[in-house]
Design a protein around this ligand. Structure first.
Ligand code: DGP
Length: 114
């Protein structure tokens, strides 16, 4: 999508610290990290948010979760723990309307979230 920041990162029109990429998925560091590890995992296909997911998107969203598990394992995050967050809509704090998971780790998180 033309005006989407994350599509521009995928298309290399905007810079980002990309840490993983394949045909369907891109993973890059959040520009405004809220934890020592803060990655964004996104499908290259533009999907606005969880509410817009279709049956056909189940595979890619599952792949992203498996990738999160693999990255957490490779980065040594699994033992102490990590959080995988997907904000959906205004009240949840979604600012970028291209679906993304935040992979957060490296500190203790509170529950419930603020
Ligand atoms: P959310 O509030 O869930 O929509 O999270 C959007 C996240 O995207 C937020 O943590 C900041 C990050 N972000 C916004 N613009 C950019 C950008 O241009 N580059 C990178 N790397 N991250 C961005």
């Amino acid at each position: 999508m033309q005006e989407c920041i994350f599509c521009k990162i995928i298309n290399r029109e905007l810079p980002a610290e990309i840490v993983y990429e394949d045909e369907q998925i891109s993973v890059f560091k959040d520009i405004n990290p809220v934890a020592p590890v803060h990655l964004l995992l996104i499908p290259k296909k533009h999907i606005s948010g969880i509410s817009d997911l279709k049956e056909e998107d189940a595979g890619i969203m599952g792949r992203i979760q498996v990738l999160a598990a693999n990255l957490a394992g490779e980065m040594g995050l699994a033992q102490d723990g990590f959080r995988l967050v997907c904000n959906c809509g205004r009240d949840a704090g979604q600012l970028v309307m291209h679906i993304h998971y935040h992979l957060l780790s490296g500190r203790t998180f509170k529950w419930p979230p603020g």
